[in-house]
Design a protein around this ligand. Structure first.
Ligand code: AMP
Ligand code: ZN
Length: 663
């Protein structure tokens, strides 16, 4: 019996591959269904042969109630964007400057517009699939991904023992249109566009619904240890051999001219593709050069997205409304006559600020030109003055906060107007609390933005410190609040006291103090009391902290309300200093020194090495200059780096010599 089960699985796997990856079926749908049915019956009778990679599991049926958060073993980066030949040439020059006098080739691929995914394989079997999330951690959507027929559950060939493969989940146009026809027939609202529908599908609780959606998965990169390829192009070929769907459009290009030719060709031909694309991704082909180039805070230096020209349409501006953000910043919003643009219905567009309105001379009743690039929010680029109604009046910017009536202020140099009523303006109060609980800040589970608004409306919270004194009895009477969700909320709040100081600092919502600045401040001051007392000159001496940020920090701590909230948070146990363990691993030994790291190392990974430098007060530079103190040279370092270091008299040290500096 086992033999028959194994045989059926093998056959079905092969047919799935032929049909969904190669697009070249060799048996009829009917024959396929019969085999699948036989397998399902046998598996039901013999649960002892259960295999999580069986093709029978493609039909789904697993329910995921809560998608577990998973930290990516290898971070998922974003991509830098370019829009012209000049942008690309600049990028190439930067690369050449960085790598020195070597020949660089590029792999060009299409940029698929869907939801990114990272799938882990171990011993040839799919073990986990995680959404990109914020790049550092995402949601475990394994059950849903397993239902996508072009995703192999079992690999073939000489695959590595363990790796992550990255790709994009897309919903091809014909499948999307069919889904919408069915929805319309049932009297339901049609979906807006394929991309959002694809990413929404990943978070459906019932995987059998996902199984019915004609999703596809296109792969483009592999990360892991001991992978046996040297170039991006080889990587794509290997992935294809192991059974993954990797579009064959990818092309190896030797020059920017060839890259441009690829872009021009596909800017036209993409309209014939079955799925959405929004550009081309150009990658340095050699993986060693990729490694040498490394990453900025957001994106690889070795890759660049070229965005196809945005699509544009005309429509009428019906009204300008004003939104108040958590910092009190006012954003004017254009409410448009709904219009179809790049596959989505557009109703609103941001107008940014008063200057923008003045510059465009935009008025209610105007016919405007709307553009949408890859970004979600469309922009207004121009007004068609020939269509302006005769009785049109210039737009007068508001003077008072639309939410609380306070006169708005605008400081010289600031593009935006602000509502100064920080502690009395409802969207500012709730916005601050929503920021506090958000994922990158305190990451409070069981509490969402709408609940914050409700709690505020009911008078239960007025600032973030109030969250910590909520009791189950307080919140149970609220609308839609069940016993379980009340408990989860209280538990989530209680657990947030473990969140490290740097994130607490970010969560406080000090204007201009984003994630990175919060990290720098936490590292420099170590304790909230030290930061509270820091004078301007001291703050601006911290790396990357300018006058504007420093002033904002001082202002924040000058406010009694903030000091009071911090005291209360401290009493509830929220972290107000960096942990003892972290303190131990950090020193200032390397202060004032800038290191450039190049090549491959034995004892530490390149990123660990960089972290060690920063943890000990040093700086990491990306290219050698007169400001470089040391070049840490590993194996396979580019020869040009050595030449440059020698020319500038920068000492070249080994990994071991570097480590000796720390002891
Ligand atoms: P963005 O979301 O605009 O920062 O663009 C980065 C995203 O493009 C990545 O996270 C990928 O999900 C996606 N992407 C689509 N096609 C490719 C490709 N061929 N190579 C790399 N990334 C791609
Ligand atoms: Zn206000």
């Amino acid at each position: 019996m086992e033999a028959r089960i194994l045989e059926l699985r093998k056959e079905l796997r092969e047919h799935n591959y032929n049909y969904y990856v190669l697009d070249n079926p060799t048996i009829s749908d009917f024959e396929f269904d019969m085999k699948l049915k036989e397998l399902q019956e046998l598996e039901a009778k013999h649960p002892e042969y259960y295999d999580p990679s069986s093709p029978s599991l493609r039909v789904g049926g697993m329910i995921t109630k809560n998608f577990e958060t998973v930290v990516h073993e290898h971070r998922m980066y974003s991509l830098d964007n370019s829009y012209s030949k000049e942008d690309l040439e600049d990028w190439e020059k930067r690369i050449q400057r960085n790598l020195g006098d070597v020949t660089v080739a590029f792999t060009c691929e299409l940029k698929y517009d869907g939801a990114s995914i990272s799938i882990t394989y171990e011993n040839g079997k799919l073990v986990k699939a995680v959404t990109r999330g914020d790049g550092i951690q995402g949601d475990d959507v394994t059950n849903n991904i397993k239902t996508i027929k072009s995703v192999p559950l079992q690999l073939k060939g000489d695959y590595p023992e363990k790796f992550d493969i990255r790709g994009e989940i897309v919903l091809p146009f014909d499948g999307f249109l069919k889904m919408n026809e069915e929805r319309i027939a049932k009297g339901e609202e049609p979906y807006m566009n394929p991309r959002n529908t694809a990413s929404g599908s990943l978070k459906l609780q019932d995987s059998s619904i996902v199984a019915q959606r004609p999703l596809d998965c296109l792969l483009y990169s592999i990360v892991g240890k001991d992978l046996n390829f040297e170039t991006q192009f080889q990587m794509l070929e290997k992935a294809r051999e192991w059974g993954f769907k990797v579009p064959t459009v990818a092309k190896l290009c030797k020059t920017t001219t060839e890259v441009m030719a690829f872009i021009e060709e596909w800017d036209v031909k993409r309209h014939e593709l079955p799925y959405e694309t929004d550009g081309v991704v150009i990658k340095v082909n050699s993986l060693q050069y990729q490694e040498e180039l490394g990453y900025t805070a957001k994106a690889p230096r070795w890759a660049m997205a070229y965005k196809f020209k945005a699509e544009q349409v005309f429509t009428v501006l019906n009204e300008i409304t004003y939104q108040v953000g958590r910092t009190g910043a006012i954003t004017p919003v254009a409410n448009l006559e709904p219009v179809l643009l790049a596959g989505t219905t557009v109703k609103r567009a941001s107008l940014h600020n008063a200057d923008q309105i003045e510059k465009l001379d935009i008025r209610v009743g105007d016919t405007v030109f709307v553009e949408k690039g890859g970004e979600i929010i469309p922009k207004i680029i121009a007004v068609d003055f020939t269509k302006r109604p005769a009785d049109s009046k210039p737009t007068e910017y508001i003077h008072e906060c639309p939410e609380c009536g306070t006169p708005l202020t605008r400081t010289a140099g600031d593009a935006k107007h602000y509502c100064p009523n920080e502690y009395g303006c409802p969207p500012q109060i709730t916005g601050r609390i929503q920021h506090f609980i958000s994922r990158k800040a305190m990451d409070i589970e069981g509490l969402g933005g709408e609940t914050v608004e409700l709690l505020f409306k009911e008078g239960l919270i007025n600032d973030y410190a109030d969250l910590y004194q909520l009791t189950k009895e307080d919140i149970l009477p609220l609308e839609r609040m069940a016993e379980k969700s009340a408990e989860n909320l209280i538990k989530g709040v209680a657990e947030s006291v473990k969140v490290p100081f740097e994130r607490v600092l970010f969560a406080l919502g000090i204007r201009y103090v984003g994630e990175t600045v919060a990290k720098k401040l936490a590292k420099a001051y170590k304790h909230i009391d030290a930061l509270k007392e820091a004078p301007l000159e001291h703050l601006t001496a911290v790396d990357e902290i300018g006058e504007r940020i420093a002033q904002s920090v001082i202002q924040f701590f000058a406010n009694e309300k903030n000091l009071d909230a911090i005291e209360r948070l401290r009493r509830y146990g929220v972290q107000m200093s960096i942990s003892a363990e972290k303190l131990q691993n950090q020193t200032n030994i390397l202060q004032g020194n800038t290191f450039v790291v190049s090549g491959v190392f034995e004892q530490l990974g390149r990123n660990e090495l960089k972290k060690k430098i920063e943890d000990n007060g040093g700086k990491v530079g990306s290219s050698i200059s007169s400001k470089t103190t040391y070049l840490v040279a590993g194996d396979k370092m580019g020869p040009s780096k050595r030449v440059k270091a020698e020319k500038l008299g920068v000492p070249i040290i080994t990994e071991q010599e570097f480590l000796n500096m720390l002891t």
